[in-house]
Structures are given as C-alpha cells and as structure tokens.
Design a protein around this ligand. Structure first.
Ligand code: KG4
Ligand code: ZN
Length: 326
C-alpha cells in the first residue's frame, strides 16, 4: 500500500520461488494457482500492516501486463472486485513501468533519464521523458539478462532463481579466469544478445568439466562479468548518444552486486547521476505499481471493467494512451 504515490505504507510479497525451484523455472499453470491461493491474504496483510481499512483506499492500481496471462488475470479479477464493491477508480499498469519508477519510492529522479530494465523477461534500454513517456532505444534480440542468469545456473547445476546463486558464488571467484564473449558490444546498436553467452558457458563446461566443480566460483564470476560489462557499456553508449546524464537501473537483475558496482563506477567516472532502487524494490513488488497508478489516477485516467490482461505490452504504447486522455 502506497500513500500519495511515493510513501510505502506496506509491501507484502508472496514468493513462489520454492515451488518453482523444484522444476528449475516458473511453471505458468502453477503460478496462476499459487496467485489465486495467496492474493486475498496478500491484500488483507497489506491493509493490516499499513493499519488502514478499505474505507481509506482512494484508488486501485493493478498489473495489467506484460507477463503470464493466467497470473495477471488473478490480480485483475480481485482488483475489479474491490473496485466494483467499493466504487473505487481502477487503473491497469505496465509491470515494466512499475520497475522503472520504483526508485521514486526512495528518491525522486528528474526527467529525462535513461533507464535500463533488466529482469527475467526484459533487457531494455529506454529514454524516459516523463511518466508514461518511454522510447525504446534497444532491447535483447534473444534471452533477457535474468533468463541468461537462470539458464546458465541451471546448466551448471545451481538452483532457481539462478541470478542469486551466481551472484553469491561470484563473490569469491575470479571474473577474468575465463574469457567469455561480450555479445553485440561493438555492433553500433543499443541491443543485447545473451543466448550465445549461454552456449559459450555450455561449450566451456563440455571441454572443462572441472569448471562445474572446484572451478564453479571462477565460472560464475566470469559469466557474470561478461553480462555486466555488456549491460554497462551499452548503457554508457546510450547515455553518450543522447547526452542525458541521468540513469535508472531497475528490475530483478539490478539486485546483482557486480552490476550495481559496475554501474556505480561508470557513473562516478563520467559524471552520471545514478539511481538504483534498494534490492527489495528491484525485485517484483506491488508498491512499484502504485507509482504510475497514482499518477494516472491523479490525471483522472481510469480503466473500465473491460480491463484485460496484456501478456505483451511494449512501453512505447503508453504515450498514445496518455495522449488520448490529455
Ligand atoms: O524483476 P524480477 O523480480 O521478475 C521479472 O519481472 O522477471 O526479475 C527476476 C530475475 C530472475 O531472472 C533472477 O534470476 C534475477 O532477476 N535476479 C538476479 C539477482 N537477483 C534476482 N540476477 C542476478 N543477480 C542477482 N542478485
Ligand atoms: Zn519484474
């Protein structure tokens, strides 16, 4: 629960990680069922922890997409029920927009800024001119950064979610031990590609099976270094090309300690104002959805009861929605 779109009164996260870990990744059908099991409890807990009754709620923001349709529909259904039952305004919010604006819950950032969204489904660079005004500068052409962490972790025998496990092992590994490729680093675009890197890890462990055993810390650190270098240098190129010296890094992969360090070093050396949310606000959470939600509801924008899940919903489309309203 969030007050004025800026102050977190409560933030309840129902993790399904232990359930999906058994399968080595998210199983869509199980995700929807688990959402259904926990959603009422999460809403009740959010109200209880904030010490606020439903009668004090002024509006509802719900994740409309992108993501798994079944899981999205669970949230949308309960939000519609509450909106109808309490005659509250409801707004559908883009999940990635929530990630990009999560940092506003800790400190405001001036527009325009460059944003790097790195999560299980996204590796995107955006120019952000205001809430609702996003332009994609580049994106992954295959796997997202988080997906690469998870897939590499799986193939070297680490548990899901792989990013956390790789980050931990890499702390005591040598990032220069293995020279993994830096895909698309010099292609002149702001796009990323991580699937070749995953293949490079597979090839390496095929030739050097010991890399998965006593060499696993070096392997983790070397893979992580390749991902972080590409993410940092491409982001630096976007900042150089646009001349916008403000940067937000967001999404679950922004929890990565090496990425946070690499971005901080780059920013300090180049006079770039860097904002990265604290780890709980980088990972998926509901509070971040309230930031754009509060803004849009404040403008008088509302979703109707025909609000439907949007499994694919590029951020660039939001500007048209905003323009239509204003
Ligand atoms: O944003 P998020 O919580 O969910 C999505 O919207 O996808 O991101 C989840 C992703 C997973 O792929 C997970 O492995 C990755 O974020 N992740 C990390 C770390 N913590 C989470 N990746 C690298 N290092 C971490 N410390
Ligand atoms: Zn996310």
């Amino acid at each position: 629960m969030v007050k004025d779109g800026r102050t977190v009164l409560s933030s309840i996260v129902a993790s399904q990680i232990s359930v999906h870990a058994e399968y080595g990744g998210v199983v869509p059908e199980i995700a929807s069922r688990k959402h259904l099991e926990s959603v009422s409890f999460v809403v009740e807990q959010a109200l209880a922890e904030a010490g606020v009754g439903l009668d004090r709620i002024e509006g509802l923001a719900v994740t409309q997409g992108p993501g798994l349709a079944g899981a999205l529909l669970v949230g949308i259904s309960i939000a519609k029920g509450l909106a109808f039952g309490r005659s509250l305004p409801l707004i559908g919010v883009n999940h990635i927009e929530g990630h990009l604006l999560a940092v506003f819950l800790e400190a405001p950032v001036q527009f325009p800024f460059i944003a790097l969204a790195v999560s299980g489904g996204h590796s995107h660079l955006y120019r952000v001119d205001g809430i609702g005004r996003y332009q994609t500068l580049g994106q992954t052409v295959d796997d997202a950064a988080g997906e690469a962490f998870d897939k590499v972790a799986k193939l070297i025998g680490l548990p899901y979610p792989g990013g956390v496990a790789i980050d931990r092992l890499a702390l005591t590994g040598d990032p220069q031990a293995i020279k993994f490729p830096r895909p698309l680093l010099h292609d002149g675009t702001f796009n990323f590609s991580f699937s070749g890197l995953k293949t490079a890890v597979l090839t390496h462990v095929g030739k050097h099976p010991e890399a998965k055993e006593e060499g696993i810390n070096d392997l983790a650190a070397s893979f992580q270094a390749a991902v972080c270098e590409v993410l940092t240098k491409k982001t630096a190129a976007a900042i150089a090309a646009t001349g916008i010296k403000r940067l937000v890094v967001a999404g679950g992969v922004a929890c990565n300690s090496a990425l946070r360090r690499s971005m901080a070093e780059y920013a300090a050396a180049n006079g770039v104002e860097l904002s990265i949310p604290s780890p709980p606000l980088c990972a998926d959470n509901a509070a971040m959805i309230a930031v754009p939600g509060d803004y849009y509801l404040g403008l008088g924008m509302k979703s109707g009861f025909d609000l439907d899940a949007l499994p694919v919903w590029p951020l660039d489309k939001l500007a048209a929605r905003l323009k239509e309203h204003c």
